[in-house]
Every structure is written in C-alpha cells, then in structure tokens.
Design a protein around this ligand. Structure first.
Ligand code: GAP
Length: 443
C-alpha cells in the first residue's frame, strides 16, 4: 500500500459553479423545488441520469461481468426488522445529538466547539444518541410489530442471501457478491450538494474469504478500488488512501481504509474498504438460527467466511468525476468550459449539428445521421443556435464528438467530426461516421 498520501491541488472550480452548471444544463435539480425543496435531496435530470447510469455501468462491468469470482444481487430495500437488530444497526447506528432549546435546531455533538448553539447562541440539551435509520410501518397499523426500516446500507441484503447465492451458483471461496441500490440515512449533518444526502445510492461488494486470508484480500481490494478511480481519469494527485484510526472504526470493522478525493471543499471519503471479519454472518446465524457456514470440500470442515467490503457511493463518485472533469481554458480570446469526462462516462457521446438551420436539406441530412447513431450511442441533435454556440454547449456537458453538416456536405456527402479535447476537425464520408465513432468509443 504505497502512495498513501497524495498532495494535489483541489479542482479549480467552486461548488457553487458546479451546482449552477448542474442545474442550468440538467444534471441535477433540487428535489420538490417548486415547493421549496426538501433538505439534502436531489433529482437527476436528463444528463445526470445518463451520467449516473454510466457510473453504475462501468462499476458493474469491472466488478461483476469481467470477473469469474463475482456475482450480482438486487435485494429489496424493505427487510425483516430483525435483520437490523442482528446487524447491530438498531442499537449502534447512531449519531450523538444535541438540540438547541431556543431555536430548536439539531446538531451532531462532535461537530460543535463550545456548549452554545452555533446558530443563535442558545443553550443546548444534554447529548443523546439518535438512530439515523428511517423508521416506517408495514401495513395499515402503526405498532411495534409492524416496524420496518429503510435500509441504511445495501450490505445486509447480501449477507442474508449468502447461502442462497452460494447454493445456487456453487461458488467457492473466495468469491464476492455485488449490489447497487438505494440507501437511506437520516443524516444530521448534510450538505455539499450530492456529497451527503438522506437518500443516496451505494455500490457495494461483500467479498467472502477463508479466515486467515482476510488481511491479504483487504490490501488487494484497496489497491483494486483505488485503481478503478484512476482508470476513469480521476487525477492521481487528488486521490489518497486514509486508514481509519482504531477509535473511528465502525462497530463491525477490524480495519477500514477510506479512498478520499480532494473535492473543492477538501479531502473527503469516496469509498470505504472494510474488513468486516465474520461479524455479520455469525450474527445472522445466531439471530435467525440458520446455519450459514460454508462447507470447505478441500478440508471437509465448515467455516464462517470473513468478509472484505469495498463500499462506495454512486452520487459521490459522480460528483468526483464531475468536478475532476471540469476544465476552463482560453481559446482565441474566449473562455471555453469543457467537461473532460472519460469516454465511458460522458453522458452524450456525439452531437449532430447542422451548420445552417434554415436550410432544410442540411437539417434533414443532420437528423438522418443522428437517427443512425442513436441506437448505438447516446446522441443529441441540436439546431437551436449558431455553430460556435452549439460547440460551446456541447463542450460544457462533455460531449465527445460533434458531427457538423454544412453546405458542402450536400455535394460531397462528407461531414466534419470535431474532437472535444483537441478541437481538431476531420472530414469524413457520411457512411463512415458510424463505424468510425464506434471504433473510437471502443478503442
Ligand atoms: N456497508 C458499509 C457502509 O455503508 P459507509 O462508509 O457508511 O459504509 C459507504 O458508506 C459509502 O456510501 C460511502 O463511502 C459513501 O460513498 C456512501 N455514503 C454513505 N453515506 C452517504 C450519504 N449520506 N450521502 C451520500 N453517500 C453516502
């Protein structure tokens, strides 16, 4: 585990600028905005949903599809309440809280410096533990027996299905189960846009290993996951590993290392890799009475596997990819804003633009090219401004290529392809556009 400390400069963009761009271009909107919003909850717009799908797609591709030792799962959000008693969340998934007696605002005790309310200077209540799981009730009656919790992590859906998955896939240790899904936490300290929200998505792996090999797998997964962010163009100097001190370990963890990114607001966690030992399987065996041990054919013994858990956030990764891609430069005396997304992440791969929008033959040709590209890659057609402006709009959302149809195209059946990063333009026969872009995308 070398290169534990990186020391880069934060992205040259403020969070205000990112939030503004996300709203103006349709990446992220405030939830329920017309009613004044709801704290720390966001909606992904047309471009945001494409970007988010791409984040999940590359994660699934790299962690499940190309690996022989991984399988996927999609467990329900609502689970039997006993799951959360067994896992320790009912008792221990808490934040230390204080309330202001005057303005009634609530704070996490560890965030405060003094013993007065930072908002109004009022007196604070005694500290108490506040469970951050959202409680709800199944069925029409609100009673203890009907309690259900919105899951605060996707992990438990994996643990309770360990035997189902192992029996049906016949996987041998070591192997992992991956899941992407929503999780909910009634966070007290929220903020920094989509970084910490009450509803978010996790990408989690529970990797089951033979006891005794856990340390080795813990180290391997830290490197594997760090490499994943670098593969998708996160700048190495803005990525670092931070092993947890003993006093900050979660109640189930023997060791945890965070992968941190240097956001505009400072170094913050993108993902945690934890050695959860055999805690979860053992607890579910005790509480359910089911035998979930793994039978090792090689030794003829039953073992309770240890678990290494790389657990990342979709929204946080997306935010890191977004701010890391943000770039401003001067081109011929004008500021150009460009999102230099990795090609797998770019929400729009190609835009088809007519040079003259009042020439029906040009518009028709451009629309035909867009229609041909649409089934094979995310394609946008735009004829609502001058070409210079159209290019700037596409740069600002990170579109990889712009295909421009001009007057000459009508005669020579060739179009121009402009590259987002180099701004170089090449002239290509119309019939070669699709195979060429497919090749570029897959290379
Ligand atoms: N199963 C382990 C677990 O849930 P965690 O460190 O609490 O561990 C894992 O969460 C990841 O989920 C974090 O690294 C982060 O990316 C994401 N995450 C956690 N809480 C979040 C929140 N309130 N908003 C957005 N993402 C969050």
């Amino acid at each position: 585990m070398d290169d534990v400390k990186a020391d880069g400069a934060p992205p040259a963009v403020s969070m205000d600028r990112i939030v503004e761009l996300c709203k103006r271009r349709g990446f992220v909107f405030q939830s329920s905005e017309i009613y004044g919003g709801i704290g720390s909850t966001w909606d992904y717009g047309p471009l945001g949903v494409e970007l988010k799908r791409n984040v999940k797609e590359i994660w699934w591709q790299d962690n499940v599809r190309v690996r022989d030792d991984m399988v996927g799962l999609d467990a329900a959000i609502l689970m039997n309440a006993r799951v959360w008693e067994a896992s320790g969340h009912v008792e221990s998934f808490t934040d230390p809280l204080v309330d202001c007696k005057e303005c009634k605002q609530r704070f996490r005790a560890t965030d405060l410096d003094g013993d007065k309310c930072p908002a109004c200077g009022g007196d604070l209540t005694e500290m108490r533990q506040f469970n951050t799981m959202f409680k709800t009730f199944v069925g029409p009656v609100e009673e203890e027996a009907a309690i259900a919790w919105l899951r605060p992590e996707t992990a438990q859906g994996i643990f309770v299905n360990f035997k189902n998955v192992q029996n049906t896939t016949r996987k041998k240790l070591p192997f992992g189960i991956a899941q992407i899904g929503k999780a909910f936490r009634n966070e007290i300290t929220t903020g920094n846009f989509i970084f910490r929200t009450r509803e978010f998505e996790q990408m989690e792996i529970e990797y089951f290993v033979m006891p005794g090999t856990d340390e080795e797998w813990y180290t391997r997964w830290i490197e594997e996951r760090r490499g994943w962010y670098l593969k998708y163009a996160i700048k190495p100097e803005r990525l670092r590993l931070r092993p947890h001190d003993a006093d900050e370990l979660a109640f189930y963890s023997k060791g945890t290392t965070d992968i941190e990114y240097l956001f505009p607001f400072g170094w913050s966690e993108l993902e945690g890799i934890a050695n959860r030992t055999d805690y979860d399987i053992r607890r579910h065996m005790e509480c359910s009475g089911e035998n979930m041990a793994y039978f090792d054919e090689a030794t003829g013994e039953s073992v309770i596997p240890y678990v290494i858990e790389p657990s990342g956030g979709v929204d946080r990764s997306l935010l890191a990819f977004l701010v890391d891609a943000y770039h401003e430069e001067m081109v011929r005396g004008e500021k150009r804003t460009v999102l230099r997304f990795h090609k797998a992440l770019a929400p729009v791969k190609v835009a088809v633009l007519p040079l003259l929008r009042n020439r029906p033959e040009i518009v028709e040709m451009a629309k035909a090219i867009a229609a041909e590209l649409r089934p094979v890659m995310s394609t946008m057609y735009d004829d609502t401004a001058s070409i210079g402006r159209l290019y700037r709009r596409q740069d600002e959302i990170g579109t990889l290529w712009c295909v421009t149809v001009d007057v000459q195209s009508l005669d020579d059946k060739q179009v121009t392809i402009r590259d987002r990063d180099t701004m170089e333009q090449i002239r290509v026969p119309v019939k070669e556009v699709k195979p060429l872009l497919i090749e570029k995308l897959n290379s």
